[in-house]
Design a protein around this ligand. Structure first.
Ligand SMILES: [Zn+2]
Ligand SMILES: [Zn+2]
Length: 527
């Protein structure tokens, strides 16, 4: 016999209802009427909530579709931050709150000031101009000026011809003899290089000779390599190339990237740009293990740094270790794409275009490692060996693994232990790639994900002929388990199930009506 709650969950899921709804208390500010509203959890991974993840994926597909074959420049209203910029700004906001809190508690803010300085650098690098807390406004005056380090951005320039840049984001138009005009776009797949021969199941023919270290490092720096490719392509092509990219693992577990780009590039050009693209990692050397097993650096409370337990000497700080990288040193790693790539031209609205969008969004609801679950012992062992190789690789300047190589991690804290860094990249489910799975350039569709979501909502409201709600009409509060009106999960699911059934019936009816009268709203799809 199925358990009542499981059965309800399955039914709710089958009808596309959220299985982890959040309960909100909505009060009408004019009438004072209180309603309980269940809001979908908004998860993007199917193991958290399948219905929400499916909706998130189809929203991404819509975003991809709308931007890919744009013929006119997207509306250049006030530029909204793209997702990379948004993530840096969010981190920056959190750091500011922590710093202001520390200041109020009269605690030392040096570490946080440095962090803020670094985040400001990232924000600038990501293309945002101006300063969030300009000096003179009080707070930032006390921040020590950050030294500019030559090693930080020392990237050799690629050996590529450059074209003069134009601001255009759309590709070239081609005329056919019959007078029709085409503006083709492209679907590309780029992979990492080979780390050793693999069989059809993705496992190495000779695990002993498979280069797991290089595989681990390429995965760790894949996002930076991708950034560099886009920069090089833009320079080489001379226009502001736009992309929608999805990153996922191949069967051999190396990340690869599928990308839809607006406009076309010849295979010869592409081969040249890929060959010239690399990312150099200028980090302190990790060739010698200085501290291991029981012999580990110890935290020194007074200085807030780690020291060598044998000599009592403080380990060099992250900045000192970077400064020690000399002009004749080599980068610790150079990430490159493999020479093999796949490129096809795609026309807007074609069956190919729909197929590629399906391909781009196929695995978005799964975690990286969940894209290929190991079926055989050999595959499981392959995952294990890659995770082992990732264990002691530094994932970032703040990684605990730097202690192993005798360097203070950036912003050190007590309790750091090599091999136990909490960074996402080390975790089995991420296979070394800790970045975002979907990367969308700023002028792709000219809309944010929230705009696309709004389009769908507007479509649904038009479809069901609902009165448009006035956002100022209600106040909202989150209901907590301690509240008298809190609904336990089972009861919420019952409501979700009923709501979904009602919505679907209303939608079916509206569709039928629309078919009769032919006034189907043109944009969007059902939520
Ligand atoms: Zn959900
Ligand atoms: Zn780490």
């Amino acid at each position: 016999m199925p358990l009542a709650r499981d059965a309800i969950r399955q039914l709710a899921e089958a009808r596309g209802g959220c299985t982890r709804p959040v309960q909100l208390r909505r009060t009408d500010i004019t009438t004072g009427q209180v309603d309980q509203v269940l809001v979908p959890c908004g998860a993007t991974l199917e193991h958290t909530c399948r219905s929400c993840a499916d909706r998130a994926r189809s929203l991404r597909a819509q975003q991809c579709r709308e931007g890919w074959h744009l013929e006119d420049e997207p509306d250049s209203g006030p530029p909204v931050p793209d997702e990379t910029q948004e993530s840096w700004l969010t981190l920056r906001a959190e750091a500011q709150v922590r710093r202001d809190h520390a200041l109020a508690q009269r605690e030392d803010t040096t570490g946080l000031d440095e962090l803020i300085g670094e985040l400001d650098d990232h924000i600038t690098d990501s293309g945002i101009r101006g300063c969030l807390t300009p000096s003179g406004s009080g707070d930032h005056d006390r921040r020590p000026a950050r030294r500019s380090r030559s090693t930080r951005r020392r990237q050799d320039t690629p050996d590529l011809p450059k074209r003069p840049m134009t601001a255009r984001t759309t590709g070239r138009v081609f005329g056919a003899p019959d007078g029709r005009r085409y503006r083709p776009s492209m679907f590309l797949t780029l992979t990492c290089d080979s780390y050793g021969k693999v069989g059809p199941d993705g496992t190495p023919a000779d695990p002993g000779r498979y280069d797991y270290q290089r595989a681990a490092r390429d995965a760790l720096h894949f996002a930076a390599l991708f950034d560099r490719l886009i920069q090089n392509l833009r320079r080489y092509l001379g226009y502001d190339l736009q992309y929608f990219a999805a990153i996922e693992p191949q069967k051999r577990l190396a990340p690869h990237v599928h990308l839809a780009i607006r406009g076309t590039v010849s295979r010869t050009d592409l081969r040249q740009v890929i060959a010239a693209t690399y990312h150099q990692v200028w980090w302190p050397p990790t060739g010698t293990v200085r501290f291991d097993s029981d012999h580990l650096p110890v935290w020194h409370e007074a200085t807030g740094r780690y020291l060598d337990p044998a000599t009592g000497e403080l380990l060099p700080t992250w900045d000192e270790a970077l400064d020690a990288i000399g002009p004749r040193d080599e980068p610790v790693h150079v990430a490159r794409f493999g020479p093999k790539f796949d490129a096809q031209g795609v026309l807007g609205g074609s069956r190919d275009s729909a197929r590629c969008i399906g391909y781009l969004t196929k695995y978005l609801t799964k975690q990286l490692a969940g894209c290929h679950t190991p079926d055989t012992d050999a595959q499981a062992a392959h995952v294990d060996r890659l995770v082992d190789a990732l264990r002691y690789e530094p994932c970032s300047p703040g990684c605990a693994n730097w202690l192993r190589y005798g360097v203070q991690p950036d912003n050190p804290r007590p309790g750091m232990r090599p091999g136990q860094c909490k960074g996402k990249a080390h975790r089995r489910e991420h296979l070394g790639y800790a970045g975002r799975r979907v990367l969308v350039s700023r002028k792709w569709s000219g809309k944010t994900l929230a705009d696309h979501r709004g389009d769908r909502k507007a479509w649904l409201i038009a479809m069901l002929d609902l009165p448009a709600a006035d956002p100022g009409q209600y106040t909202w509060e989150r209901v907590t388990p301690a509240d008298h009106d809190h609904m336990p999960p089972g009861r919420r699911l019952l409501h979700v199930l009923t709501d979904r059934a009602r919505w679907q019936a209303a939608l079916t009816q509206a569709r039928r009506r629309a078919q009769d009268t032919d006034d189907l709203p043109a944009t969007g799809r059902a939520a």
